[in-house]
Design a protein around this ligand. Structure first.
Ligand code: DX5
Ligand code: ZN
Length: 224
């Protein structure tokens, strides 16, 4: 299996964002992770559609869009228009109609003329039982390894057990659902989290804190 690194631009230097994106692409990244926050689902506000539209013009990377917003259903078409390839929403933000949100994402066409990929996410305190019913329909399950809202936090060790349990479930069911992790990933723990079962790994600070190209190469080597 080819594991995927998804650099989170939340940790990038926005004064030279184009150069930072070029650096991760040259380092071998295929994904770019967008953390969209609304100040309600999470305490912070980050960025949204105009930023994605602008970046879409300078790269072909897969835009891995992480919506940390209430009622995510409202913005699926908008992000598709701006260049999203995949949209991940939180089950806690759409508890009654998660299946409908997944269907809505799949029914929406990306800038490449194909259906958007759909991801569903859980916060550290939410058990995996909240997303198991959607494991077959979703393309990806995102297990947050920190409380969503801010970059640069420490990974919560208990979340690794959830990754392990989820991988066991997906394998037992014969599914090919991606398992993504996000938050507190470092050079020191990235190999272990992949071993636990994650195959898509978000990294913000670990990529952008220093030379983004070199960090991308090193992290990619560590995940295999
Ligand atoms: C947190 C975001 C993460 C964040 C990760 O709410 O979802 O994607 O950018 O940043 P690091 O890798 O610095 O923990
Ligand atoms: Zn994220």
């Amino acid at each position: 299996m080819n594991n995927i690194l998804s650099p989170s631009i939340l940790a990038a230097d926005f004064t030279v964002l184009g150069e930072q994106i070029k650096a991760v692409a040259e380092g071998g990244a295929n994904y770019l992770h967008f953390d969209v926050m609304d100040g309600i689902f999470v305490p912070s506000i980050s960025f949204g559609m105009p930023v994605m539209t602008s970046i879409r013009k300078c790269t072909d990377l897969f835009f891995d869009t992480h919506l940390m917003i209430e009622k995510p259903d409202r913005y699926i078409e908008e992000f598709a228009k701006c260049g999203a390839d995949g949209i991940t929403f939180h089950v806690e933000a759409a508890p009654e109609d998660a299946a409908a949100v997944i269907r809505h994402i799949h029914a929406t066409t990306s800038h490449k003329g194909v259906p958007l990929r759909a991801g569903i996410s859980i916060k550290p305190g939410t058990p995996i039982s909240a997303v198991l019913p959607y494991a077959a329909e979703a393309d990806m399950i995102l297990v947050m390894t920190v409380e969503p809202g801010f970059g640069g936090q420490k990974l919560i060790p208990e979340t690794v057990d959830k990754v392990r349990a989820l991988r066991a479930f997906v394998t037992a069911e014969g599914l090919d659902t991606d398992i993504e992790v996000d938050g507190g990933i470092t050079e020191g723990n990235i190999a272990d989290i992949v071993k636990a079962g994650a195959n898509v790994v978000v990294a913000g600070s670990a990529v952008f804190r220093s030379d983004a190209k070199e960090n991308t190469v090193r992290l990619n080597n560590l995940i295999g």
